[in-house]
Design a protein around this ligand. Structure first.
Ligand code: NAD
Length: 256
């Protein structure tokens, strides 16, 4: 059964890791995917995986398409939503914000620039995408599901990640508040809190740190991007039609 047969899904950070797995999963559920990334070539690669044309020039109502945008820039996000609507003649009814970065440093040594950039991409970026998508949905009278990728770090903190943890905690509060404001418009907003997932982001983590974390995971191993994508597909679909404002942990039991 294709749960997202008539959906148009916008995925940010679609060029790698979790965003790519989400794009693949939503397409398998029948959605048409607008795959956005800062890295245009990576977004195009994802669209190729989906069997789309890997181009912004795709005909309206056609297959999946790739878009380039920096989610931390208001003008770029406005332009992204306009391009997606022009391309498909409707606003996306499923919006998944996966774009995110880390710039790790201990609090005592963290630079203002490392703080600002992580907050700009991970928190302001999600504000801009959530706001622009909600405005498009409300003004066209369409219902939708907005899914923001936070992190378990936003709930419990993590050494060397004051900037990242603050951004991810912010995403939870932002999403809960958006859920309160947008429920009456038929728009659900939920956040997903992955634990340790095997992606290019965690490839940067030293093996001895990973081994220590894996030792704390009841399921005994790191998650795959597909584990997160499965939950996103559920939250995107009507199977979760009465769930909004939730923060769903996908951690293998880490930090219960
Ligand atoms: P990743 O590095 O593999 O992918 C992130 C993608 O975001 C990249 O393709 C990158 O180009 C894109 N991106 C970065 N800055 C951008 C910007 N300004 N505008 C648009 N796109 C931008 O990372 P991932 O592990 O797949 O992470 C995806 C999301 O999941 C992130 O928000 C991350 O914080 C979150 N997360 C990951 C883990 C994990 O263990 N991997 C755990 C918890 C949460």
């Amino acid at each position: 059964q294709l749960r997202l047969r008539s959906a148009l899904a916008l995925v940010t950070g679609a060029g790698s890791g979790i965003g790519r797995a989400v794009s693949v999963r939503l397409a398998r559920e029948g959605a048409t995917v607008a795959a956005c990334d800062l890295d245009r070539a990576a977004a195009c690669e994802t669209v190729c995986l989906l069997g789309g044309q890997g181009s912004e020039e795709v005909a309206p109502g056609g297959a999946h398409a790739a878009f380039q945008a920096d989610v931390s820039e208001a003008g770029a996000v406005r332009c992204l939503l306009e391009q997606v609507q022009a391309c498909f003649s409707r606003p996306p009814s499923v919006v998944v914000s996966c774009a995110g970065i880390t710039r790790d440093e201990f609090l005592l040594h963290m630079s203002e620039d490392d703080w600002d950039r992580v907050i700009a991409v991970n928190l302001k970026g999600i504000f801009l995408v959530t706001q622009a998508a909600a405005q498009a949905l409300v003004s066209s009278g369409c219902h939708g599901s907005i899914i923001n990728i936070s992190s378990i770090t936003g709930k419990v903190g993590n050494m060397g990640q004051t900037n990242y943890a603050a951004s991810k905690a912010g995403v939870i509060g932002l999403t809960q508040t958006a859920a309160r404001e947008l429920g009456r418009h038929g728009i659900r907003c939920n956040s997903v809190l992955p634990g340790f997932i095997t992606t290019p982001m965690t490839q940067k983590v030293p093996q001895q740190v990973l081994d220590k974390v894996i030792g704390m995971i009841p399921m005994g191993h790191m998650g795959d991007p597909e584990d997160v994508a499965d939950v996103v597909a559920f939250l995107a679909s009507e199977d979760s039609g009465y769930i909004t404002g939730a923060s769903v942990e996908v951690t293998g039991g880490l930090f219960m």
